[in-house]
Structure formats: structure tokens, C-alpha cells
Design a protein around this ligand. Structure first.
Ligand code: LLP
Length: 430
């Protein structure tokens, strides 16, 4: 298996010494395994091989271009959630037909651009959005390929903040209204209704919601066929969870069989939009200990140079990521609250971890940081976005350099010499 290994003496990624990578590139630093990204993509693709399908990798999980090049070469399409993600995908080399466009609030400009580009599908979230797409397409004299996102009212049994398929959630068209909405969409001259879409949540660690979603969507497609609406595909979103604690996760073969069991009888092509499952386990975030201070008993704060600005998941969702010392020390275990350097009490990496107390300068690896890690990083406290290194064949290269202070200030007008603030900000033109 490609990826990361932590022994009593060293941490490595596909033969590259993580301590050396960190010494060379500095920390905080994301390190990815190219081989692991390829292996995971191929494993999912092989698991779905019995039925016509396409994997539209969810860019929101991580759209660093060096990773997209690997996935494109492996045959992936993409799921974009914004005009920015579409633009990045196009620059990485994906064709419009490789792209599905999801998103609960697409702006007028984003819809214009999406229709003009003739994407594989625009996953529409409401009757109003379908009407807006229809108007744009008619004005251009084209028919836009659309899928309707249905909200099947299914509990993803995941964290509430990343569950999206319930009645009270903002996503999609309620399943009870969806048949009428789809019939109306199919009759619009500017639309070609090619699919039905559902995504009920992320980090799903049980198959039951996957099975219920797939069978609900398949049955819904059957009802539409009875209405004379012929679809091309069913898009069952992403959401397959990974193990963050090392316990066995849902098997990708079982996941694929669950989807195909419902979709194969419809004869429709299957699209999936996985993000986390493909890239989550393929990266670590390397961080350096900058302070160690005692609390009571054997409990200590271990302050590191990465926090919620580099990896937001623990602060935002109470998410658990394993933390491994890259060159473990020997000695008694202590209870460590590994925390970041930002001025927020929620700025944690992992609380209550039992490990030999690290010392200032030690290197820690935060595991399974490939999805929603760098993609959700921010400049809070003016932290530059971290560098990202891709290990390939025992060596590595930067796929993103660390931001500089000049990068941080590039969008802000400079004060003329002698003035503290510019007299007036340039006029905004849209
Ligand atoms: N498709 C749609 C329409 C989505 O909304 C998402 C994720 C995906 C696909 C990909 O889901 P995945 O396979 O990665 O679970 N920031 C959170 C996760 C938010 C997921 C949002 N939507 C986290 O760090 O856990």
C-alpha cells in the first residue's frame, strides 16, 4: 500500500523521509502521496467497473492543481461547486464535458458561464434555478444539460454540519415536489433534463443511508420514465467516509455494490462525486512544536505552528485526526492538548492525546489531512497559506509554494509614500 508509515525512528511517505521534506520546505506543510491518490482512484473505479459510470471527483475536497493533474490522467471527471472551481478545473485541462456543476447558490454570472461552457450537467437546486438556466439557454439559442438535485429526506447518520439530505436542509428540491419540477423542466425549450442528482451527506460511515438514497433516486427515475422523461444518468453524489481513527472503514467494494444494486436495473449511467474518500488519507499536515507548557498532573499544552487556519476541521466539527510524532521520543507518556498558535480557544489540532511529551522543535504529522485541509485553509491572523509537497517515486516537488507577505497584500491598495492609509480606495467596478 502506498502512503505514509510511522515507525519508532522515522516517518516516511513512499520512501521519502518526512523530516527531510519538512527541513527543506519548512512547516506547516501538506505532504501528499501521488501513488496513494492513484491507487485510491483506481480502487473505486474498479469497484464500479461492472456498470457504465464516471467518477466526478469533488473539487471542494482539494483542488490543488498538482493533484488534479494526477486525477485527470487517471480518467476522472470533476464536480465543481463554484465558478472558481470550474475555472481551476478548465485550467488544469478538464473539458466542459468532464464537469458537473453543483451548488446551492449559483450566481447569475456563474450560470451564464456554465451554460456558455456547455458542461456535462448543471445540477439544479430549485425550480427557480431551472427557470433561470432555461432563460439564459434560450437567449443563447442552446439547450443546457441539467440534472435536478432531489432532497430525499434521508439522514446521512453523519455529523449534523455535513448532513445535507434532510427535510430542513437547504439543499435540493424536496422529493415530494421533484416529479412535478422535473416534468416542467423536461418541457422547457432551453433545457435538456439528463439526470437526477442526490447527495445526502459527507463522511458517511454506514451503508444504510447510501442504500436508501440510491434506491429512492432509482425509483424516482422509474417514475419519471413513466411520465415519458428519459434520463441519461443518475448522480448519487459523494459522501463515502474514511477512517480517521484507524478502525476499519466502509469497504469500497461494499459501497460500490450498494450503489450498483439500485442503479443497474435502471440501465442508466451512474455518476458519483467522491472527494474525501479519494484524497483524505493521501496527505499529512506536518507541523513543528513551538511551545510546551504544563497544565496539571501529566497534562500539557503542546503548541504547534499549524492551527485552524491550516486545518479547520477540528475547530469546526470537533473532528478527530490522529497525530504521529515523526521522530518519536522515548519516555513516559503524557496527556497532550495539541493546539495551534491562533488567538482562539477553538484553535485545536487534537485534545487529550497520549504520547511521549514532545519538545520544542519536534515534528508532528497530522494524519488523513488530504480532504478539506488545504482547501479550507485561511489567512486568519495573517497566516500565509502553507506550502504543499507531492511525493512521487521517493522524491518530492512543491505543488504549491508557501504564500509570502506580498501575496497576502496583493489585493490591497498600497498607501502612497508618507501616508498611513490610501486617501480613497479605488472605485469598485463590476
Ligand atoms: N457532492 C456534493 C454535492 C457535495 O456537497 C459534496 C460535499 C461532495 C460531493 C463530496 O463529498 P465527500 O465525498 O467529500 O464526502 N468540510 C467538511 C465536508 C463538507 C462536504 C461538503 N459537500 C469536512 O471537512 O468534513
Amino acid at each position: 500500500m502506498a502512503g505514509f508509515s510511522f515507525t519508532a525512528t522515522a516517518g516516511t511517505c513512499d520512501g521519502a523521509d518526512l523530516a527531510l521534506v519538512a527541513r527543506t520546505e519548512g512547516t506547516p506543510l501538506y505532504v501528499y502521496s501521488r501513488a496513494s491518490i492513484e491507487q485510491r482512484y483506481r480502487a473505486l473505479d474498479a469497484a464500479l467497473a461492472a456498470h457504465p459510470h464516471r467518477i466526478h471527483y469533488a473539487l471542494k475536497a482539494n483542488s490543488t492543481r498538482g493533484l488534479l493533474e494526477i486525477l485527470m490522467a487517471a480518467g476522472a471527471g470533476v464536480d465543481a461547486n463554484s465558478g472558481g472551481e470550474i475555472a481551476v478545473a478548465r485550467r488544469a485541462g478538464f473539458a466542459p464535458d468532464d464537469i458537473v456543476f453543483t451548488g446551492v447558490g449559483k450566481s447569475a454570472a456563474e450560470l451564464e458561464a456554465a451554460v456558455a461552457a456547455d458542461l456535462h450537467a448543471i445540477n439544479a437546486e430549485s425550480a427557480g434555478e431551472l427557470e433561470r438556466i432555461d432563460r439564459i439557454a434560450q437567449a443563447r439559442g442552446v439547450r443546457a444539460r441539467v440534472a435536478v438535485r432531489v432532497n430525499p429526506d434521508i439522514d446521512a447518520a453523519s455529523h449534523p454540519g455535513i448532513s445535507t439530505g434532510g427535510r430542513g436542509h437547504k439543499f435540493g428540491v424536496p422529493i415530494d415536489d421533484a416529479r412535478r419540477v422535473c416534468r416542467e423542466a423536461a418541457a422547457r425549450p432551453g433545457l435538456r433534463l439528463v439526470g437526477v442528482h442526490a447527495h445526502v451527506g459527507s463522511q458517511m460511515t454506514r451503508l444504510d443511508p447510501v442504500r436508501r438514497t440510491a434506491s429512492t433516486v432509482a425509483a424516482f427515475a422509474g417514475a419519471l420514465r413513466d411520465d415519458g422523461v428519459a434520463l441519461e444518468h443518475l448522480d448519487l453524489g459523494g459522501g463515502l467516509g474514511i477512517s480517521y481513527d484507524g478502525a476499519p472503514a466502509v469497504d469500497v467494494g461494499d459501497y460500490a455494490r450498494t450503489l450498483l444494486g439500485a442503479v443497474a436495473p435502471t440501465g442508466l449511467r451512474l455518476l458519483v462525486e467522491p472527494g474525501r474518500w479519494i484524497v483524505g488519507p493521501t496527505a499529512v499536515l506536518l507541523t513543528t512544536v513551538v511551545d510546551v507548557k504544563p497544565q496539571s498532573g501529566d497534562r500539557h499544552f503542546v503548541v504547534v505552528d499549524a492551527g485552524m487556519s491550516e486545518l479547520m476541521r477540528p475547530a469546526l466539527y470537533d473532528a478527530y485526526h490522529r497525530i504521529a510524532p515523526v521522530a518519536p521520543r522515548t519516555g513516559p507518556y503524557a496527556t497532550c492538548d495539541v493546539v495551534g498558535p491562533l488567538c482562539e480557544t477553538t484553535d485545536v489540532v487534537g485534545l487529550g492525546r497520549r504520547m511521549v511529551l514532545p519538545e520544542v522543535g519536534d515534528l508532528l504529522a497530522v494524519l488523513d489531512a488530504g480532504a478539506y485541509g488545504s482547501a479550507m485553509a485561511s489567512n486568519y491572523n495573517r497566516h500565509p497559506l502553507p506550502a504543499e509537497a507531492l511525493v512521487d517515486g521517493g522524491d518530492w516537488r512543491l505543488v504549491r509554494r508557501r504564500q509570502t507577505v506580498d501575496d497576502l497584500l496583493a489585493c490591497e491598495p498600497a498607501a502612497p509614500a508618507g501616508e498611513v492609509l490610501p486617501r480613497a480606495l479605488p472605485r469598485v467596478s463590476r
